[in-house]
Design a protein around this ligand. Structure first.
Ligand code: LLP
Length: 449
């Protein structure tokens, strides 16, 4: 399945990491992922097709690791963002830990060669089967979301005659100022335990729950945060509690969660190391260096191991979804381009009105643009990738790329409308590997009778 894309190789050396490139750029008018031409991949493997840049994933991981160098830390990649085995493998070899939210994600990490002892298990609704599996595999910690769950894990651990390592998730009641569906750190959200109840809960647990080891404290206030202020507010608010829990209960780690936002707009601004760095307002979020510079001084004297759980930051801008235009339709009120990817392949625009840049794989000869809706084949009006956007005109048969689709893209794809899941390709320099085959029609009905 892995092949050297020699026909596509331009002979340029793969210096993406040292040049800190994001891995997607035009060469002679054709869009490349590292040293592989995307139009050639689309032609060879068909569309819709997810393509990921290994160099970009590793670069983002390393940049975050470096930004936190001033404090004892571990980067636990949030598997939910992109759980392809090849992506997990890349990060496992690099030394990442993993933040998981299901038995299925733990299974994937193990299959990819990851170490359960570096896995934290989050989520408000862990089942008995998942708790048993995680205990058997020896995970680093359960991130517990309620007293009821804590008591249940204690019970299950007792039955297995093991001690369950846990951290309770604190809900600090901080506004992450992000989309309401991905904001998690406010009192009205279902996540975590109110900050005012945590100390009492740890005290009760240490007295009443003999099969629990209070190993840490966890928080996560939301996803796609584009400003440093909510991170600072949450860390400042919770740090005294973390210190107190260390003194009273000997906790050893504090996970400050994920949530670092990425740039979705102007994804191909030229000449920039990371495309956001040369951006004018409005979308100019925190850089990872700023994240480290602001948070490390606040964390380093606590004497705790600091965990971070980034998903989107690692993989978001490292992936694209390639799709082909099927029809150009002139409606009574609008101009449509109908493409072969749908909301089942990438649901972010439909679900969060998420913005993904749309660029042609082959740059057009003129700068002419038209206002259009790019839509998929699904039988819903919510099945769009953009509305009323000015884009270079493209015609049936042309390929386009939906940028920044590496996080919560394939991971949220479904078989809705009985559409087979797309294939996934991982590019590393001049090598392109199919890391997940496109589903067949037979796959669609597997397990049914
Ligand atoms: N830790 C916890 C406990 C989480 O719930 C999440 C994400 C993360 C870490 C990773 O967050 P990140 O670094 O990726 O922001 N599907 C949505 C995002 C859902 C995020 C869910 N939790 C989207 O496409 O925007």
């Amino acid at each position: 399945m892995c092949q050297r894309a020699s026909a596509l190789y331009l002979g340029a050396s793969s210096t993406y990491i040292s040049r800190a490139m994001h891995g997607f750029s035009y060469r002679n008018g054709s869009l490349y992922c590292e040293d592989v031409e995307l139009a050639a991949l689309a032609g060879e493997y068909g569309t819709p097709l997810y393509v990921y840049s290994a160099a970009t994933i590793l670069d983002h991981y390393r940049r975050l690791d470096t930004a936190l160098a001033g404090v004892d830390h571990e980067v636990a990649y949030a598997v939910k963002a992109n759980s392809n085995l090849a992506v997990l493998r890349l990060l496992a070899v690099e030394g990442a830990g993993f933040d998981i939210v299901s038995g299925g994600e733990l299974f994937r990490v193990i299959q990819a060669g990851g170490d359960p002892a570096h896995c934290t298990f989050a989520g408000v609704g862990k089942t008995r089967r998942e708790i048993v599996y995680a205990l058997e595999q020896g995970i680093y910690s359960f991130n517990v979301e309620s007293e009821e769950e804590l008591r249940y894990i204690n019970e299950v651990a007792g039955e297995l005659a093991v001690i369950a390592p846990v951290a309770v998730r604190v809900n600090p009641n901080v506004d992450a100022k992000t989309h309401k569906y991905i904001s998690t750190g406010k009192s009205e959200n279902k996540f975590g335990v109110d900050i005012t109840d945590i100390a009492g809960l740890y005290a009760r647990a240490s007295k009443e729950l003999p099969n629990i080891r209070l190993r840490g404290l966890q928080m996560h206030i939301g996803s796609q945060l584009t400003s440093i202020a909510p991170f600072i507010e949450a860390v400042d608010k919770v740090a005294p509690l973390a210190r107190q829990l260390k003194e009273c209960h000997g906790i050893e780690f504090w996970s400050i969660g994920g949530g670092i936002g990425i740039i979705y707009k102007e994804a191909l601004a030229s000449g920039s190391a990371h495309w956001w760095e040369n951006q004018a307002e409005p979308e100019r979020p925190l850089t990872i260096e700023q994240y480290g510079a602001e948070l490390v001084p606040r964390l380093k004297d606590l004497g705790l191991k600091i965990l971070v759980e980034p998903g989107r930051f690692i993989v978001g801008n490292a992936g694209v979804l390639l799709t082909r235009c099927l029809y150009a339709k002139q409606g009574a009120a609008k101009t449509f381009r109908i493409v072969d990817a749908g909301m089942n392949d990438l649901i972010r625009p439909a679900l969060y009105e998420g913005h993904h840049e749309i660029v042609p794989l082959l740059q057009p000869a003129t700068d002419a643009r038209i206002v259009m809706d790019v839509v998929g084949p699904i039988c819903e009006s919510g099945d769009f990738f953009c509305q009323n956007r000015e884009l270079p005109d493209f015609k049936p048969g042309d390929y386009i790329a939906l940028m920044s689709a590496g996080a919560y893209g394939f991971a949220m794809a479904s078989n809705y409308n009985s559409r087979p899941l797309p294939a996934e390709v991982l590019v590393d320099g001049a090598t392109a590997c199919v890391v997940r085959q496109r589903q067949s029609l037979r796959d669609l009905i597997a397990g049914e009778c």
